[in-house]
Design a protein. Sequence first.
Length: 200
Amino acid sequence: MPTMSPSVIKLDRGFYLRPTLEVARDLIGKYLVYREKGNSLSARLVEVEAYVGQGDPACHAAAGRTGRNEVMFGSGGFSYIYFIYGMYYCLNVVTEDEGFPAAVLIRGAEPVEGIEIMKSRFKYSDNNRLADGPGKLCKAFHLTQRQNGLDLTGVKLYLEDRHYRPVKIERSQRIGIKKGVEKNWGFFEAGSPFVSIKLK
DNA sequence: TGTTGGATCAACT
DNA sequence: GTTGATCCAACAC
């Protein structure tokens, strides 16, 4: 057997079909990859939040099934992208089994590939903080409602384990919500300059 | 260095 | 009619 360097592994369905808090924590340090029109964009996740089922008042599914949150009720391993505040999109990855509506909001990432393309989507971009916030991340990656419900085990949008291991992962409250604030269901990589503005 | 309000729309009351 | 898992420019100190 030849000595092999660790290979890049696309996260499979099984990764997502687990308790949401475990998935959220394990997503820190993984790579988000999006392939569009011959371009390949990627970024390493540094900040996420868990939204866990209808018992979580901050979860979009708390009030029941609607057209918007429908994909959260499906199987884990799909994208849930919604429009908010009239101008921003937010990317979530759906977790757990079909019928249990839960997801992990991707809040912040460090751009790795396609940085110039990401920069071109902002009016001002004098640094690489192009995905330090859920709205900015979607803008940098050009993710909109059209990417809602994509299979994350497919070829367009997926997550990879490139064997990066965060030195330290910390917990925080979830940001921008009014209900369920007492839950420490935010996870972020300690010391990263790419966590969203509000945590700094 | 900190606070405020505009942009702008889907979902809900 | 109001609110919301946001961001950034413009102002006040």
